[in-house]
Each structure stands twice: as structure tokens, then as C-alpha cells.
Write a protein that binds this ligand. Sequence first.
Ligand code: ZN
Ligand code: ZN
Length: 126
Amino acid sequence: MNKRKNFSNKRNAILNTICNTDCHPSAKWIYNKIKDKYPDISLGTIYRNIALFKEEGIVRTVATVNGEERIDGKTEPHSHFICTKCGSIYDIFNEELTAVDSILCDEGFKIESKCITYYGKCNKCS
Ligand SMILES: [Zn+2]
Ligand SMILES: [Zn+2]
């Protein structure tokens, strides 16, 4: 296997791991998930790839929870609920949250991005 191929395999493994989970993983979580399959991968490689994916706009940062940046592979607009007890991040896809968007548009504002995040205790912790 040449070096280039090996590089893109790892890149794909990292990206697939991010996109195939709903847990909004941290770099460490991804590392633990794929290190058995790619024993020579380092946490630094994961961080570097996440930075590239963000530049390319294929993943985004949700928030920093307990000192760890959490990544989302879903780029379609949605909101989040972050549990301050267990650190779980839940997706919220709710049409009603877009009501404010149309009010702003009507008033001539142009939205470039938005990020609505709720904090509290999730239904497993409250
Ligand atoms: Zn919780
Ligand atoms: Zn999300």
C-alpha cells in the first residue's frame, strides 16, 4: 500500500466514524473507535483531519463540552440540546425554530449561519 492511499484510507475512516454516529463525537472518542483498525493512527492525526474537514465544510463544531470539542457530521441546519450532566448532545430538527428566520428575512436581514443550543439536563439525567 503506498503512502498516499494509506493517508486517504485514514481520512475516510475518520470521516465515516464522524458521519456514522449521532453522538457528536470528540477527537478522543473517534480515536478510541478506530485505533484498533488503524494502530498507527495518532490523536494528532485525528485533530488535523477534523481541522481539514471543517475547512472543507463537511463537519462542524457543535460546542466544547468538558473541555473537548464536539464534532457534527450533519451539516443540514439543526439545533442542539447539550446535557450539562452527562455531556450528551441531542439533535433537534424542529420546523418551528425556523419561524424566526422568516421574520428576519421579511425585515430584510440576511442570515448566513445560525446556531441554537439549549443547555440543561437530558431526559435520562433530569
Ligand atoms: Zn444527560
Ligand atoms: Zn447535530
